[in-house]
Design a protein around this ligand. Sequence first.
Ligand code: URA
Length: 204
Amino acid sequence: MDRDASLDDLRRAVQECHACELFRDTTQAVFGEGPEDARMLVVGEQPGDVEDRRGHPFVGPSGKVLDRAFGAAGLDRDSIYLTNAVKHFKHRPAAPGKRRLHQTPDRTEIVACRPWLVAELARIRPAKVVVLGATAAKALLGPAFRVTRERGKALPWPASAEHPEDFEGDGVLVATIHPSAVLRADDREAAFAGLVEDLKAVRD
Ligand code: URA
């Protein structure tokens, strides 16, 4: 990857990425979006069905939950750089007219896509990084990291990263649940409140 490439260069280049097989059955790669001088960068898992069609991160059902959580935590989405660990939508084929069903990316796909995420982090150099759910946590913190055990804690960044030598600068990282976990939870209100608490921890 070209070290001098700008975020816009990378956004174009990712459309040609064949580092894993996920590009085959998608509409497009979905790169991160937000201000280049954002102090906070949020990493999700991968685009969903809606994001794959529209080409923007977090514009589907999980994005709506995330927007509400940002609002409740006193954070402004427009000031945050939002991206995903994996840039193509992994899914099972669906019946015509039906929403395609998400599949969790595996380690090979996470590792193949990681250089794009590292490049985004190197250009934004955020003071605060939020990882949403296990896939984002595995991409940055390694396969042994457990969100359930570590969520809401301010971890030193990049010292806590799997390969801290890949990252410059310093700051904090907070891991929390993925907003889709709120939608799946038996007690959605409690799960949402937990997500908001974790976001407040990183805000402060
Ligand atoms: N889920 C994610 O992790 N990212 C998106 O962009 C959309 C849904």
